[in-house]
Ligand binder design. Structure first.
Ligand code: G16
Length: 548
């Protein structure tokens, strides 16, 4: 149609980024994610889609983040960010997959035209897109493909450079709210560091400074962010960065980082001689949106403080502030978890607060958390944040405290709304939040850890021929396909004291994940491996990967 007359560059540019015929792409848990070497056409097409999304939303700025987060260095990925800094609206994920899988240039053009018709997009609207990437070696070439896509759809690009995923989300939100009543901060990376460090310093003013914190940056972009925010934090918090080798080939997420710590329940070897008894440390993942804490206890044992422990710590703190501020009857706090939440954490939280369980993926948790006045959401893997509803923010802004104690608590709450990245989970913001609570509570790792005792648990990955054969329901706690497998898992689980196990396909790696917990560690391990064996036998996995 003649709506397209201004987009004559699409065919030529699309021809320069042909789709690999043997690959089927899927917009998964966190966008497209696979080997960086097969993503060229996907990035080009995502550029076009981001432009279309912006046009659909009247020229609001859309974000594109090029990252594969916790995955190995050879992987890469891309995800879109909606105008308020949230994940792409679910209904558009299908458009993303359609564009990514169009076989030829003419199929692609037809697919674009179909989306324009279906979503009723006015192509004459402007399009604006801000993009960033992590430190992966495949990043620059993929960004060049993305830029071609943006040029083809005539979107105005803004390059955020190498940034953490949460900073990209922050930029999207600040750009779109600039000069409005919802203004969220200055739309620059510096604005982000100033906002967080300013709020942190106000929150810990007058508190005894905590001992220095070791930060495992996973050899990723979090290292840059730590070096930029440290000077602004000054004496309020001393950070000791480790694993900052962002340009060493193969180092990213290798034997370090939040996923390593969570999956293996071990200290990264590179920290072994650095963490002293009682000292706390934390790990980011490759794009600094996940956070795991840990410390070494009196018996020289490694103790992990995961996303569930962070949720318990933070939710308790927020609830106490709400009470002290005299807002208990106006503001209800709730918690959102996934099936990976440790059973003990769910029990601990549910005795105090409403708790909801949703499928894996920040997008699911975020939306569920928005239903509470204050929604605390954390995945066990360390991904999460706290959301204050618009109504709650207004309540906080207008509440008139009647005692000095109420006034102090109210101020803390207002500063928390500044400290916390409310667009997405953010390792740096979450780390500062944890440090604030520890400083207020006078907690070391030990006291924090003692909130509840984790049930022993085990995560196992199984490589199968087709992970899409695995389908779940009930927030991923039940398998509906392959048929009959859930019954076999249930039979096994019944034989273990305190046993619980579930199986689901990963949306970021080509594996099926198995989780198990039980009263004793050896039993949790055994249950996980036996369930993994069932999965393997059912799905005909790669023989070298049969769980042992
Ligand atoms: C992404 C998502 C998280 C999810 C994780 C693992 O994290 O944002 O919500 O928990 O993948 O997902 P899955 O089990 O489906 O592979 P990241 O840090 O890799 O972007």
């Amino acid at each position: 149609s003649n709506q397209f007359q201004h987009y004559q560059e699409i065919p030529r540019l699309a021809d320069a980024h042909p789709k690999l015929s043997h690959i089927r792409y899927q917009y998964g848990t966190a966008g497209f994610r696979t080997l960086g070497s097969v993503l060229d056409s996907v990035l080009f097409r995502v550029g076009i889609l981001a432009g279309l999304r912006s046009k659909k939303l009247d020229g609001k700025t859309i974000g594109v983040m090029v990252t594969a987060s916790h995955n190995p260095e050879d992987d890469n990925g891309v995800k879109l960010v909606d105008p308020r800094g949230e994940m792409l609206e679910a209904s558009w994920e299908a458009h993303a997959s359609t564009l990514a899988n169009a076989a030829t240039t003419s199929d692609l053009i037809e697919a674009i035209e179909a989306i324009v018709r279906f979503a009723k997009i006015d192509l004459s609207k402007p399009a604006r897109v801000v993009y960033g990437r992590d430190t992966r070696p495949s990043g620059p070439a993929l960004v060049a493909s993305l830029r071609d896509g943006l040029a083809a759809i005539r979107a105005e690009p803004r390059d955020a450079g190498i940034v953490t995923t949460p900073i990209l989300h922050y930029l999207v939100r600040t750009i779109n709210t600039k000069g409005t009543k919802d203004t969220y901060g200055d739309d620059s990376e510096e604005g982000y560091y100033e906002k967080l460090s300013g709020a942190f310093k106000r929150l810990v003013a007058g508190k005894q400074p905590l001992p220095p914190l070791i930060v495992d940056c996973a050899n990723g972009v979090g290292a840059d962010a730590i070096s930029k925010i440290s000077p602004q934090l000054g004496d309020s918090l001393k950070l000791i960065p480790h694993n900052t080798a962002t340009s060493t080939p193969g180092a990213l997420n290798n034997l370090c980082g939040a996923d390593y710590v969570k999956t293996l329940q071990k200290l990264p070897p590179s920290l072994a001689n650095h963490l002293k008894i009682g000292q706390r440390g934390c790990s980011f993942d490759g794009d600094a949106d996940r956070l795991m804490y840990f410390y070494i206890d009196e018996r020289n044992q490694f103790r992990m403080l995961d996303g569930d422990k962070i949720a318990a710590l933070v939710a308790g703190f927020v609830v106490d502030l709400i009470k002290t501020a005299g807002l208990e009857s106006d503001v209800k706090v709730g918690v959102v978890q996934t099936a990976y939440a440790n059973g003990s954490s769910t029990k601990y939280l549910a005795e105090r607060l409403p708790v909801r369980c949703v499928p894996t993926g920040v997008k699911h948790l975020h939306h569920a958390a928005e239903r509470f006045d204050i929604g605390v959401y954390f995945e066990a893997n360390g991904h999460g944040t706290v959301l204050f509803s618009t109504g709650t923010q207004e309540t906080l802004a207008h509440h008139e405290p009647s005692t000095p104690a109420q006034s102090t608590a109210l101020n803390h709450l207002l500063n928390l709304t500044q400290l916390i990245n409310q667009s997405v989970g953010d390792a740096i913001s979450d780390m500062l939040l944890v440090e604030v609570v520890l400083a207020h509570r006078l907690y070391s790792g030990l006291e924090w850890d003692s909130l509840y005792v984790d049930l022993p648990n085990r995560l196992v990955k199984v490589i199968v021929e087709d992970r899409h054969a695995f389908q779940t329901e009930d927030a991923e706690r039940q398998l509906v396909s392959p048929k009959g497998l859930q019954g076999k898992i249930d039979d096994l689980v019944r034989r273990y004291d305190g046993g619980r196990s579930f199986v689901r396909p990963s949306g970021t790696e080509d594996v099926v994940r198995v989780y198990a917990e039980a009263a004793i560690k050896s039993q949790a391990d055994e249950l996980a491996f036996r369930v993994a064996g069932l999965v393997y036998d059912e799905a005909g996995g790669d023989p070298s990967s049969r769980p042992k």
